[in-house]
Design a protein around this ligand. Sequence first.
Ligand SMILES: NC(=O)c1ccc[n+]([C@@H]2O[C@H](COP(=O)([O-])OP(=O)(O)OC[C@H]3O[C@@H](n4cnc5c(N)ncnc54)[C@H](OP(=O)(O)O)[C@@H]3O)[C@@H](O)[C@H]2O)c1
Length: 210
Amino acid sequence: MRLFVIGATGRTGREIIDIARKRGHAVTAFARSPQKLSAGGSLSVVRGDPLRWEAIAAALPGHDAVLSAIGPHPREAFRPSTLLTDCARATIEAMRVSGVARLTVVSAAVLFPAKGLYYAFFRWLLRHHARDLRAMEDLVRASGLAWTIARPPRLTQSPESGFRALGGALPQGSVAMSYRSVAAFMVDAVEQGSHVAEVVGLARGLAVAS
Ligand SMILES: NC(=O)c1ccc[n+]([C@@H]2O[C@H](COP(=O)([O-])OP(=O)(O)OC[C@H]3O[C@@H](n4cnc5c(N)ncnc54)[C@H](OP(=O)(O)O)[C@@H]3O)[C@@H](O)[C@H]2O)c1
C-alpha cells in the first residue's frame, strides 16, 4: 500500500513509518521539519504544513490511506490549542479533493468517561488538550471518510508492538502502552480495513516485537 503519514517526525509517527516499511509498504512522511527524517528506499519525505489543506492535497493523490499522529509538544498540551482540530480539518478537505478515503488518527483515552479520582484528575489536567481532541474527533466522525479513531492511554517508549483493541470502550487494565503498539494498531487497521467508523480503546497486549 501507499501510506501517507502526518505527524511523521513524532514518536508515534516514527513507529508508524518503521512498521509500515518493514511490512513492505511505500510511505510518504509529510512534515514541517523534514530534516528530522532520512528519505530513501520506500520512504519519501515531503515538506509541508499539515494545517494547510492545499499543501497536503498537493502531495496526497495516489495514496491508499492517511495515518495521522500529530500532537502538541508536551508543554503545549496544558494550554488552549486547536492544533488537532485544524489539522483534521485540513486533512479531511485534502482527502476529499484527492479522492483518498481511508483515515486513521490518534486521539486519547482521556475522552472515555472512566470513573474515579485518578481519571478525573487527568481529565482536569488535560482539559485544554481534551477539548481539542474532542473537536478533532467530531470533525473526523462527520467527515464521511472511512475513518478509525484510536484512543490509547499514556504512551511510553518500548519495542513492544502488541495491543488489545476494543470498539467504543477502553480494554480492562489499560493504563499505559508503547508508541509502537499504537502504530501497529493503526497500520493493521488500514491493511485489514478493520475498525472502520469506530472509536477504538487500546491497551498494552502480548509482548510482540516487530
Ligand atoms: N504521549 C502520550 O502519553 C499520549 C497518550 C495518549 C494519546 N496521545 C496522543 O498521541 C498523539 C501523538 O503523540 P506523540 O507523543 O507521538 O507526539 P509527538 O512525539 O509530540 O509528535 C508530535 C508531531 O506533531 C507535529 N507537530 C506538533 N505541533 C505541530 C504544529 N504546530 N504544526 C505542525 N506539526 C506539528 C510534530 O512535528 P515537529 O517534529 O515538526 O515538531 C510531530 O511530528 C497526540 O495527539 C496525543 O494526543 C499521546
